[in-house]
Design a binder for this molecule. Structure first.
Ligand SMILES: Cc1cc2nc3c(=O)[nH]c(=O)nc-3n(C[C@H](O)[C@H](O)[C@H](O)COP(=O)(O)OP(=O)(O)OC[C@H]3O[C@@H](n4cnc5c(N)ncnc54)[C@H](O)[C@@H]3O)c2cc1C
Length: 306
């Protein structure tokens, strides 16, 4: 019988369940398939240094640890780095970004991504960053847990509860808020990129993440809102025009999907482990679930089982 019941099979719940299993605990995962996980819409960037532009140092430091964790737990971590570019009129944004971040080098973007040709004269390359396909990663973590006899179900918890339900925990965690993120997935076989490309813009920074089979994910808005309705026209226009700025051939791309996720966030945008009312909460991943959930899981074990 399970002695731990993890609520939620988003990235936080799966990382916590994995860490518990590795510690020899008996675990079950309780799911709510009708509630869509924010994790499903993520870009999957493991980009601690780029995030340092706006995130506190703790995110940069802890984020570096997660890349190793991912290498040990899934097969397809791509260690191709991140490229940051800006249109000629926004080169000052690139200089600002460089001043706010570490572990980068100035490059000619087309030497890193030849399909950019000569459209961007300067770029910043973060060679030690990585990325994953978040949907495949979620599947793989889940399968790894199933292989270790972890039972996934929708019934009542049998063990001590660790609530990893993202925004669904709002009723219990009053200072949790949602930051809406909109994204698009399209397909285009004329352009090949090997790594996430971030396009800086004073109002609407955006990124493009390559996926398998000629697919690209473009994201993401950051809206202080709990609206989980469909993508707005403004978001779609801004993201598609950013993609078009990166490469005009994307004008012919086929849009496959638009989506939105509500990022669970605390006031300082740093995740927390909370013990309250005889249960635990691991929440507040904000825009860093894939970057930070592995580290929170390790911290949970150290703090309560170490
Ligand atoms: C567009 C977008 C792009 C992003 N890009 C990145 C990125 O590149 N890198 C990165 O690190 N992060 C990124 N993020 C952030 C990341 O997705 C979130 O931080 C992360 O998904 C939060 O994960 P979570 O498991 O805490 O919550 P969720 O993913 O929301 O999962 C919560 C789970 O709990 C379940 N649940 C709810 N209620 C119950 C219940 N009563 N019982 C059982 N289960 C329940 C839900 O069904 C869900 O599966 C992005 C987010 C968005 C929206």
């Amino acid at each position: 019988m399970a002695n731990w019941s993890v609520l939620g099979s988003g990235i936080t719940g799966l990382c916590i369940a994995t860490a518990l299993c590795e510690h020899g605990e008996k675990v079950e995962v309780i799911e709510a398939p009708h509630i869509q996980a924010a994790s499903y819409f993520a870009g999957g960037m493991l980009a601690p240094f780029c995030e340092g532009e706006s995130a506190p140092d703790i995110v940069v430091q802890n984020g570096q640890l997660s890349v190793d964790w991912w290498d040990k737990h899934i097969v397809n971590v791509k260690h191709t780095g991140t490229l940051v570019i800006a249109p000629a009129r926004d080169v000052s944004e690139l200089k600002r970004f460089a001043n706010m971040t570490i572990n980068h080098e100035w490059v000619e973007p087309e030497l890193i991504e030849p399909d950019l040709e000569s459209r961007f004269s300067q770029g910043l390359f973060f060679p030690t960053e990585a990325f994953i396909d978040p949907r495949l990663a979620l599947q793989e973590l889940k399968q790894n847990l199933r292989d270790q006899n972890v039972h996934f179900h929708t019934g009542s918890p049998l063990g001590k509860v660790i609530d990893c339900t993202g925004m669904a925990a709002k009723r219990k965690l009053k200072n949790l808020r949602s930051v809406r993120g909109e994204m698009v997935i399209f397909e285009n076989h004329d352009v090949k990129f090997s790594r996430p490309i971030r396009l800086l813009h004073p109002r609407f920074p955006c990124y493009l993440v390559p996926r398998a089979n000629g697919r690209f994910m473009v994201g993401a808005t950051m809206v202080e809102s709990s609206d989980d309705g469909p993508i707005s026209v403004r978001a779609l226009i801004e993201m598609l025009s950013s993609a078009y700025t990166i490469h005009p051939a994307f004008a012919e791309a086929k849009i496959l999907e638009t989506g939105i996720g509500l990022r669970p966030s605390f006031p300082n945008n740093v995740p927390q482990i909370i013990e309250k009312d005889n249960q635990f909460y691991v929440n507040g991943m904000y825009r860093h679930g894939f970057l930070l959930a592995p580290v929170l899981a390790i911290q949970f074990i150290e703090k309560f089982l170490g």
